[in-house]
Design a protein around this ligand. Structure first.
Ligand SMILES: C[S@@+](CC[C@H](N)C(=O)[O-])C[C@H]1O[C@@H](n2cnc3c(N)ncnc32)[C@H](O)[C@@H]1O
Length: 266
């Protein structure tokens, strides 16, 4: 298996997570301090949140690669999608020559790549000496309020939800030192670590809940496998948790990602 991410529908991903990864793209790029010039590769680009933002901000070529054909097809169809070289492929076998890029970035994807170490080796290989390799992954355990709310509520009703939550939340790369350790082991230089927080603004409970029904990622895969009765029960408890005693309406939830940046030794 090359990925642990369920990625079957680009439009469903957009309402579930893409709308928030577009918000993350700015602060993550700022953290990465990408070289002013040269091509950039976005690895595990999904529906193109980061790659499209980079293409808008930069003059040089931007490429995006993802293993999910539905996401790449969606990315290509987006406004300005033709301005990015979107390719279907595996992060562990990047279809580019050595030193082809000034930087490689991976936003929220490496923890879903079956062999992240190999993917990082590939990112290093395709970046020129002195270039930047940077990544971010959600801080599932301590920093992702919208998923905590869902998984902890569901786990109280269904042991299988607890199993899925624990697998996701215990991913070694999502630990505080997970990415920096990988960067150190790979021999990258000038390693810097960071923590980036954005806000997810939900209009009301329907805006929070309905995107979870789209079947994307671990949450979507879990919800899709529930019986109607189980789903209804979990929905009701999650709703109470979302409301937290107030009437339905907007909620602002923080989402924090760990980030790391390093340079390819000269
Ligand atoms: C949470 S999404 C993040 C997508 C995008 N970077 C964003 O910020 O919206 C994780 C992505 O990693 C991709 N992915 C997982 N394993 C992969 C692999 N082996 N090679 C390429 N992409 C992979 C998935 O298909 C999915 O699009």
């Amino acid at each position: 298996m090359k990925t642990t991410y369920r990625a079957s529908d680009g439009a469903a991903y957009e309402v579930f997570l893409g709308r928030w990864t577009r918000v993350l793209a700015g602060p993550f790029s700022e953290f990465a301090r990408l070289p002013a010039e040269g091509a950039i590769i976005d690895v595990g680009c999904g529906t193109g949140s980061l790659a499209l933002a980079l293409a808008e901000w930069r003059r040089d070529r931007v490429a995006g690669i993802d293993i999910a054909l539905p996401y790449i097809a969606f990315a290509r169809s987006r406004e300005h999608g033709a301005g990015v070289d979107f390719v279907v492929g595996d992060a562990c076998r990047l279809p580019y020559g050595d030193c082809s890029f000034a930087a490689a970035v991976a936003q929220l994807s490496l923890n879903f790549v079956a062999d992240a170490r190999r993917a990082l080796r590939e990112m290093q290989r395709v970046v020129r000496p002195g270039g930047v390799v940077a990544a971010a992954v959600w801080d599932f355990r301590g920093g992702l309020v919208y998923q905590r709310l869902f998984w902890d509520t569901a786990a109280g009703l269904d042991p299988q939800a607890g199993v899925a939550r624990d697998r996701l939340f215990s991913s070694p790369l999502a630990m505080p030192d997970g990415l920096p350790r990988l960067w150190r082991e790979a021999g990258l230089g000038m390693i810097e670590r960071g923590s980036i927080t954005i806000r997810m603004e939900y209009a009301d409970f329907a805006d929070y809940w309905e995107p979870l029904l789209g079947g994307q990622g671990p949450v979507g895969a879990y919800v899709a496998g529930l019986s109607q009765k189980q789903r209804q029960l979990i929905r009701e408890r999650v709703r109470l948790s979302y409301l937290s005693g107030a009437s339905d309406g907007s909620r602002s939830m923080t989402a924090t990602a760990w980030a790391v940046r390093g340079t390819v030794p000269i």
